[in-house]
Write a protein that binds this ligand. Structure first.
Ligand code: ZN
Length: 110
């Protein structure tokens, strides 16, 4: 059986912190979610805007048994794969933008 591997997005949250975005404000309740790993944080405020209760909900990918080691070499390889995919995507977007700009210049009346 293949060994379970820790998710690279979750690893970046553990190292760099979550990328919180507001999902909603309702009365004195704020719900934020992490764009990277999907974690949720719900804050309850009192009438003085002090946090009186905070609750986190993590995905099953984020949680990891404390007695199990995370295979760092496999995680690093996964991060490199994702970085290469992202760079390829950015390169393709930039190439498409240059093509559009070049054809717009070629058809422009000077
Ligand atoms: Zn996160």
């Amino acid at each position: 059986m293949a060994r379970k591997q820790y998710d690279a997005h979750c690893a970046s949250c553990r190292v760099l912190g979550h990328r919180w975005g507001i999902k909603y404000w309702r009365g004195f309740t704020l719900l934020v979610s992490c764009d990277e790993c999907g974690a949720l944080r719900e804050d309850q405020f009192n009438q003085h805007w002090e946090i009186v209760k905070r609750k986190y909900t993590y995905s099953k990918e984020y949680r990891w048994p404390s007695d199990e080691k995370i295979e760092v070499a496999a995680l690093r390889a996964q991060c490199k794969r994702q970085a290469r995919q992202l760079l390829r995507y950015i390169g393709e977007k930039a190439k498409a933008r240059r093509t559009v700009n070049a054809s717009a210049e070629a058809t422009a009346v000077h």
